[in-house]
Ligand binder design. Structure first.
Ligand code: PEP
Length: 249
């Protein structure tokens, strides 16, 4: 049985006090969720919030980690440092990192390698931009993203990977893939995992949908057989909305 999950991605929002207030609100409300719950926070929150959520079912994720182990990389945060905060997950390959920080397939493969070497679980994001969707290229885009950064993993390493399909044209835009569009590509992604790691591993792989998923459309998306939950941006910043999405899973 694969894990169902609702994960939040706070991006560059919330100062420390605001983040602690939101995590506290979530902690009080999420006692026995029907799915795994993860919150992805900026680095500055990790240690404080991981400590705050120590006895809670809510897990903590970093939104990135460095592509180097350690050393003279001013301003970077390594996978080992993330792990030392008590965070259990890291989000890698988010389209904003690919787009604004030029994260390449090779760089992401290295981040994945370092995250796994340091005992972190990974939420790995893939998805096409609008022009690629309009040209009908979404399948080849997600295939190349998987082959470029994560399909080099062993079957054992693969168990630590959660995928998040996030059509870039739907992120933060209010445009959501229809459940049919999302299901179609989720099923395709699962078929790629089956080709690479076998049918059983594919059945066990959690594939989240992300892109303007909110408290209103979550239930319909989550009802699709290959959509195992959501990676939530904007709606994860408001406790009431995020809790409603968790309840929909
Ligand atoms: C995201 O950035 O991962 C995301 C899904 O954002 P939003 O929900 O705001 O579209």
């Amino acid at each position: 049985m694969r894990t169902r999950m609702v994960a939040g991605n706070w991006k560059m929002n919330k100062n420390l006090q605001e983040g602690v207030a939101l995590a506290t609100e979530l902690k009080e409300a999420v006692k026995d969720p029907k799915c795994a719950v993860v919150i992805g926070t900026p680095f500055i929150h990790l240690a404080t919030i991981a400590e705050l959520l120590k006895n809670s079912p809510i897990k903590v994720a970093a939104e990135n980690c460095a592509d180097h182990e350690k050393g003279a990389y001013t301003g970077e945060v390594s996978a080992e440092m993330v792990k030392s905060t008590g965070a259990e997950y890291v989000i890698l390959g988010h389209s904003e990192r690919r787009q604004y920080y030029a994260e390449s397939y090779d760089m992401l493969a290295e981040k994945v390698r370092l995250a796994l070497a340091n005992g972190l679980k990974i939420i790995f994001c893939i998805g096409e931009v609008k022009e690629e969707r309009e040209a009908g290229k979404q399948n080849e885009v997600v295939k190349a993203q998987l082959e470029g950064s994560v399909f080099g993993l062993t079957a054992e390493e693969w168990k630590n990977i959660t995928l998040a399909y996030e059509p870039v044209w739907a992120i933060g835009t209010g445009l959501t893939a229809t459940p049919a569009q999302a299901e179609e590509i989720h099923a395709y992604i699962r078929s790629l995992v089956a080709e690479k790691y076998g049918k059983e591993a594919a059945e066990d792989t959690t594939i989240l949908y992300g892109g303007s998923c909110n408290e209103k459309n979550a239930a319909e998306l989550f009802a699709c057989p290959d959509i195992d939950g959501g990676l939530i941006g904007g709606a994860a910043l408001v406790a009431e909305k995020f809790l409603a999405i968790i309840a929909a899973r």
